[in-house]
Design a protein around this ligand. Structure first.
Ligand SMILES: NC(=O)c1ccc[n+]([C@@H]2O[C@H](COP(=O)([O-])OP(=O)(O)OC[C@H]3O[C@@H](n4cnc5c(N)ncnc54)[C@H](O)[C@@H]3O)[C@@H](O)[C@H]2O)c1
Length: 332
């Protein structure tokens, strides 16, 4: 089967990127979310993404971006979202119960041929497979944040995923400009997060234990390794709600970090780069951003600073950690 129509469930940080990248590569996409507010946020994200593509992606001129927008439709109706899908990619919050429920609902309305994929960062496909009602056509397809430049797609089945499904999804990943990474055995975190999560967890623990503040941790990592961003800049790029959900599932020090994330950031609407503030502050493009053809060199400069964590932090020096956060000792 050629994957000619794609549906993305969840239009948050990653879902909207997957939807836009797929549309940009010529495939019609239906983007589904739970309500009109989420859809409005998604449409504003598309404006920001269009500006990012214009700056950073070869061939992303006004015409190709307009064509990508035209291939993208939005809905809050799951049945309509699934009706023509060859592949549904789920990118909803990282909660097993929620994902299982949504896949079970989806199974009732999607055509039998449709392949289901989860973009989960940490959950194993086998923990969801039975809920999909089609375990042979279910697998994980995991993208990295800022997929237009960090263009890997980790493809990981469970024991019951058919070889044909794996092959079709690898072909699809290539067709949308990804470098497919085929994972040989189920592993929570795939390759990328098996490497990244221990780093992020260690950074969180340096912070909650009061050893070093986020700016010092990030500066150390950037200068000593040459990496473009430190762990707290990565947290801001990932989004603090996702970071919170992951920290909640771990041990006591991670739970303290989760509490700090909730009380000092999430409850105040500071969700990281997407909202303009997390551990650092970022310029945010206005919701009604100009079409990419109208972007001026000055606009481009400002938006460039708003996107890549490393660049953002260097262009406008990060707030001293305590200006953007409360001391962990005061809150934990
Ligand atoms: N953020 C990252 O860097 C990143 C990277 C790779 C994978 N992921 C994974 O992608 C998934 C989504 O993460 P995110 O950071 O984009 O989350 P997010 O919180 O930014 O977005 C989640 C979206 O799902 C929507 N949603 C909530 N309930 C829903 C439902 N029942 N049906 C449909 N949509 C619903 C929300 O309205 C929101 O738009 C998670 O599984 C996460 O592990 C995230």
């Amino acid at each position: 089967m050629t994957i000619a129509n794609v549906t993305v469930l969840g239009t948050g940080v990653l879902g909207i990127q997957i939807a836009f990248q797929t549309a940009f590569k010529g495939i019609p996409v239906v983007a589904y979310d739970i309500g009109p507010e989420a859809i409005s946020r998604a449409k504003a994200s598309i404006d920001r993404l269009a500006a990012r593509y214009h700056e950073a992606v070869a061939g992303a001129d006004a015409a190709s971006i307009a064509a990508a927008r035209a291939r993208l439709t939005f809905t809050t109706d799951l049945k309509a979202a699934a009706a023509k899908a060859d592949l549904v990619i789920e990118a909803i919050p990282e909660r097993l119960d929620l994902k299982r429920r949504v896949f079970a609902d989806l199974n009732r309305v999607a055509p039998a041929k449709t392949i289901f994929a989860t973009n989960s960062s940490t959950l194993l496909p086998r923990s969801i497979a039975d809920a999909t009602g089609r375990p042979d056509r279910f697998l994980a397809l995991h993208f990295a944040n800022e997929i237009w430049t960090h263009n890997i797609a980790e493809v990981m089945g469970h024991a019951g995923t058919s070889p044909r499904t794996l092959k079709e999804v690898v072909t699809f990943a290539r067709a949308i400009g990804m470098e497919p990474i085929e994972i040989q055995k189920e592993k929570s975190g795939y390759v990328l997060n098996s490497l990244l999560m221990p780093l992020l967890a260690a950074a969180a623990e340096l912070y909650v234990d009061g050893i070093a503040d986020p700016a010092a941790v990030d500066r150390t990592w950037r200068i000593a390794t040459g990496a473009p961003a430190g762990p707290f800049e990565v947290y801001d790029a990932i989004g603090l709600e996702t970071a919170y959900n992951i920290a909640l599932m771990a041990g006591p020090r991670q739970q303290r970090f989760a509490r700090i994330l909730k009380e000092n950031f999430i409850d105040k609407g500071h969700l990281g780069m997407a909202t303009g503030k997390g551990f650092y502050e970022y310029p945010v493009a206005p919701a009604a951003a100009p079409q990419s053809s109208d972007v001026t060199p000055d606009d481009r400069d400002a938006r460039q600073g708003s996107s890549s964590p490393g660049r953002a932090a260097r262009r406008s020096p990060p707030l001293p950690a305590r200006a953007a956060t409360s001391s962990p000792r005061a809150t934990a």
